[in-house]
Design a protein around this ligand. Structure first.
Ligand code: NDP
Length: 313
């Protein structure tokens, strides 16, 4: 008898979601992906969903505008993973997720729910700066609803997605590494954590049937990828055999630039601020009430930043 849980992925067409679908199938789970009618004639998304079907996933029709359809979708599985976005759209992600919590509560059969977190642990960001704190506040509202409903959960704190941060040498507005120059946050020495998005998906799926991760936060902290911005740059310089021209942005200069941006940009920049000036991803030890993914699953060979860079050569 196959004891692996059946999984429903919501937001399966997204940047992280599509990787979660792949990892779930690879790890042998019966995998369901929500197909929402609102997609309409977006050919790329429809093709992606049909591609999942070819790889063995089942498509379930359901919409956040139709509570019953969500309940019915949830009833078909044991585990729900949500990967909807909405970081920059106030309340979009929170509203969707609260609707999902209602549906899971009513369905009553879910053994594990993983809400759309996958970043900085919001529980540690109570003092975060405006306006970016909205992301953390919203995620905490969803956590509260999950816990009040008594839904078993795992929260995945995935730190920095490598595609955004490694690719851009940690600079906002850049996703390809320059061969000429880089701007450092202050002295560039605050430690951060970088994780390949495929690895995030692999670790996430590993947690869903693991009793050690029940009702806990799981941090993904690949030891070789705990690096400062300066160290990230040095790895790139080593690969291209060239030293980049470096300049530095003081904390105050960064805050001044931030002030002049639009709301969505300010939300994003707040996160850079806390990661690269505060060191918010590494300034704490993981306590007994949480777990670390690489320690739980030492057999997984994660991608090191130096190898991640090779795709840009
Ligand atoms: P994407 O924007 O790439 O994908 C979002 C998904 O949500 C899509 O599949 C989309 O579906 C779905 N969605 C949006 N609205 C609805 C709706 N009304 N009903 C159903 N589905 C909907 O998201 P990301 O992969 O970038 O983000 C996923 C998570 O990762 C978020 O929690 C985000 O905060 C986090 N993240 C963390 C980062 C980090 O560095 N730590 C970086 C980026 C994200 P459809 O295709 O149908 O529109």
């Amino acid at each position: 008898m196959d004891l692996r849980s059946k999984v429903l992925i919501i937001g399966g067409t997204g940047y992280l979601g599509k990787r979660l679908v792949k990892a779930s199938l690879e790890q042998g789970h019966e995998t369901y992906v929500l197909r929402r009618p609102e997609i309409g004639v977006d050919i790329e998304k429809i093709q992606m969903l049909l591609g999942f079907k070819k790889q063995g996933a089942r498509l379930v029709i359901g919409s956040f505008n139709d509570h019953r359809s969500l309940v019915e979708a949830v009833k078909q599985v044991d585990v729900v993973i949500c990967a909807v976005s909405g970081v920059h759209i106030r309340s979009h992600q929170i509203l969707l997720q609260l609707k999902l919590v209602d549906a899971i509560k009513e369905a009553g059969n879910i053994k594990r729910f993983l809400p759309s977190e996958f970043g900085t642990d919001p529980a540690r960001m109570a003092d975060a700066m405006e306006p970016g704190r909205v992301t953390f506040d919203d995620k905490m509202v969803v956590r509260k609803a999950i816990e009040e409903a008594g839904i078993p959960f795992t929260y995945v704190s995935a730190n920095c997605f490598a595609g955004y941060m490694v690719g851009g040498l940690c600079q906002p507005g850049h996703i390809l590494p320059s061969r000429e120059s880089v701007i450092l946050f202050g002295d560039g020495n605050k430690k951060s954590i970088f994780v390949d998005e495929d690895d995030i998906a692999t670790y996430t799926i590993k947690t869903i049937d693991d009793p050690r991760t029940l009702n806990k936060t799981v941090y993904i902290r690949p030891p070789a990828n705990i690096l400062s911005q300066r160290e990230v740059v040095e790895l790139w310089e080593k690969l291209i055999g060239k030293e980049l021209e470096k300049s530095s942005l003081s904390e105050q200069e960064f805050l001044n630039i931030m002030k002049d941006q639009g709301y969505a940009e300010q939300v994003g920049l707040t996160h850079y601020y806390h990661v690269f000036y505060d060191g918010c991803l590494t300034n704490f030890e993981i306590g007994d009430d949480a777990e670390e993914a690489c320690a739980l699953y030492p057999d997984i060979e994660y991608t090191k930043v130096e190898d991640y860079f090779k795709q840009y050569l």
